[in-house]
Design a protein around this ligand. Structure first.
Ligand code: GLV
Ligand code: MG
Length: 349
């Protein structure tokens, strides 16, 4: 049985009066998705400042919000969306899982009250395309009912064994898909992985050097998330949507957080979650390209104006493929430069 509609129908609105689905994602800088608990008055009081310092602000309604605060968090999110102007900062919400007692009211109340300000709805514990189809249909009905004129996008969290098995179908499920984040905590639990950490490595997961070499045997820690991130990046990029690393839970180890974010960035992810304000700066540092890389990439583009042929720069061979790699870096630098005047001058853009 086909899991998506035919090409002829793929971009038709799912409800009469709903906006046309997008054919391409809007170009936006999303280096960090900054999580806030919307019922927390202290955090709400500093929100204007937070909005100015992040690329995406997300009101979290799901895990980490106690059951007795779920409704206050939902109300708090609606108020914060109403009270602030977000400018170029994205406004996202993470709703509760579809099988929870709160998801339906999260969706209906938020879209009814602030649907025209909401950029993206993050859906946790996505198992397969059926979850996306359900939310897609419901959002179309609500957009039509409330005359919302631009589609609210869906971002899936990849955090169950079944979700990982269906990652391709999830990425291709709807033109409403924005992207995907790795959820290492739920995924570890779902798979029965033997780690209690939220992201990052595990000291016992590694490769032991061969015996018999004489001296002490080296042990090299490996990346637990490599396989899943790679599958997610391929599924997303193939469908023109964006892959993200998710949370890093050890706030006492900034170096490990930076290393996890950087692995994801190098593998193709465009951003990560910030759960603590200090992770905002880490994400900015990691997901903005290095000025030296940008300078080198600009030299490649300048040396090959039409993107074909082969040249040598500093003893390194460049051709059509490295020209494309250079363009990825320079395009990202332009996007960062438009938001960050300090980096604009470091990039010479
Ligand atoms: C995020 O939601 C995770 O489970 O890691
Ligand atoms: Mg989770």
């Amino acid at each position: 049985m086909p899991s998506t509609r035919t090409p002829a129908r793929f971009y038709s609105p799912l409800a009469i009066g709903a906006p046309e689905p997008l054919r391409q994602l809007p170009v936006r800088l999303e280096r960090m998705i900054h999580f806030v608990p919307p019922h927390n008055a202290k955090i709400r009081a500093r929100l204007a400042e937070t909005i100015a310092s992040v690329d995406v602000l997300l009101g979290n309604l799901e895990d980490a919000i106690p059951a007795e605060d779920k409704e206050a968090a939902r109300r708090g999110f609606i108020e914060m969306a109403q009270q602030h102007d977000f400018g170029t900062t994205g406004l996202w919400v993470r709703i509760n899982a579809l099988n929870s007692p709160w998801a339906l009211d999260d969706i209906i109340e938020i879209v009814s009250a602030v649907g025209s300000k909401l950029d993206v709805m993050m859906l946790p514990k996505v198992e397969g395309p059926w979850d996306i189809h359900y939310l897609d249909q419901l959002l179309a009905q609500l957009e039509a009912k409330h005359q919302i004129d631009r589609p609210i996008l869906i971002h899936a969290i990849l955090e169950t064994a079944e979700g990982v098995s269906n990652v391709e179908e999830i990425a291709a499920a709807s033109p409403r898909m924005h992207g995907m984040s790795l959820g290492p905590a739920d995924l570890a639990a779902s798979r029965g992985m033997k780690t209690t950490r939220v992201g990052g490595g595990h000291p016992d997961y590694g490769v032991l050097a061969d015996a018999g070499s004489g001296g002490p045997r080296g042990f090299f820690q490996q990346d637990l998330w490599h396989y899943t991130v790679a599958r997610m990046v391929d599924a997303c990029v193939r469908n023109g949507i964006k892959p993200f690393y998710g949370p890093f839970g050890d706030f006492s180890d900034d170096a490990a957080c930076e290393s996890q974010f950087r692995n994801a960035f190098i593998m193709g992810c465009v951003g990560a979650w910030s759960l603590h304000p200090k992770q905002i700066a880490i994400a900015k540092r990691v997901f903005s390209p290095d000025p030296n890389e940008v300078a080198f990439a600009k030299r490649i583009l300048e040396a090959m104006p039409d993107g074909t042929g082969a040249v040598m720069i500093d003893g390194k061979m460049q051709d059509d493929a490295t020209w494309k790699q250079a363009k990825v870096i320079v395009d990202l630098a332009r996007l960062v430069a438009a938001k960050d005047p300090g980096l604009a001058s470091a990039y010479g853009i």
